[in-house]
Design a protein around this ligand. Sequence first.
Ligand SMILES: NC(=O)C1=CN([C@@H]2O[C@H](COP(=O)(O)OP(=O)(O)OC[C@H]3O[C@@H](n4cnc5c(N)ncnc54)[C@H](O)[C@@H]3O)[C@@H](O)[C@H]2O)C=CC1
Ligand SMILES: O=C(CO)COP(=O)(O)O
Length: 333
Amino acid sequence: MPDAFPSAAILGTGSFGMALAVLLAPKLSDLVLIGRDEAVVDSINSSHRNPRYLKEIVLPEHVRASTKLSDAAAHPLVLFGVPTAATRQCANDLVGLSRETVLLSCAKGIERNTGERMSEILREVFPHNPVAVVSGPNHAEEIAANLATCAVIGATDEALARNLQELFTAPHFRSYTSDDLAGIELGGAIKNVYAIAAGIAAGLGLGDNAIAALVTRALAEMTRLGVALGGRAETFAGLSGVGDLIATCFSKHSRNHRVGLALGHGKSLEEATTSLGMVAEGVPNTLSIHDAAGKAGVRTPIIDAVFSILYQGKPAAHAMHELLSRDPRPENT
Ligand SMILES: NC(=O)C1=CN([C@@H]2O[C@H](COP(=O)(O)OP(=O)(O)OC[C@H]3O[C@@H](n4cnc5c(N)ncnc54)[C@H](O)[C@@H]3O)[C@@H](O)[C@H]2O)C=CC1
Ligand SMILES: O=C(CO)COP(=O)(O)O
């Protein structure tokens, strides 16, 4: 049987676009990375390196780069690896696709003004195209170094899910399938806020017990909110839920964790994000997820605490103390 995806385009030449290129290039005869930064695109085409993200990685020779979104139209698969704030604009600018082109969202977050998931945006802009998502404990630095991990592919069409699973299978990469796109995307989005919280707790020196307790309660909160927003409870116990929560709450690679660490050390939000120089989706997503929780009427004390630190100027130690001093309650409520 011929490969469903002999070639692909990846939108985004940041860390995750690079990691996806390393993972998928061996399976594709043609792979184009599409980015807005000409210097990055020229460098990938001339030296197979990205001077800004994952600088040490040398991409395979057949991976090309382009600044033209229209170059995506030639491929049966387009991966969205730009930050969530850029997804709608990129989708709107992406013209000339055939109705068969598969759109795969790889970003983690929900849209600020609408609260929509990335797959919902893609379905709105491309109502006739198949849409899928991928998520899991997938730090770009480790995938690009061929270190092992797993992911979950979300698609409602079983054949599409299997084709993408086949593409996302490598000696060091195992993928599972699911039809719960909402659960997968919500887990990937909400965990960013908890990674900031875990970083804050580490920065404040609260200790390993406190961080374990925080992450455990975060999983309960994520499941409560995620179910209210349309995901299935079991998905939050999977790779895109607890799997990614663990990866980002405890990894030195997590940008969200690093922002939290800086806040816990007393830096301002601006200092923390400027020194990072990369996207930490949890920063804008604290706003969108706090909004979504409010609209759904779901109790989210950890998200509220991060919101108060990031956007209401509450000192981190004070917010953490308030979390602990709330009214006592049974564990499973
Ligand atoms: N880095 C990681 O380990 C992982 C990241 N992700 C997700 O992938 C998405 C992208 O993240 P990263 O690549 O890590 O970010 P990054 O900070 O490494 O790079 C962001 C890239 O997006 C581009 N970009 C920013 N705004 C843009 C716009 N308006 N239009 C077009 N391009 C724009 C930048 O030029 C840059 O190439 C995020 O949603 C993130 O949560 C998902 C899994 C792992
Ligand atoms: O989602 C990620 C790993 O699975 C990346 O997390 P950060 O955006 O916090 O680096």
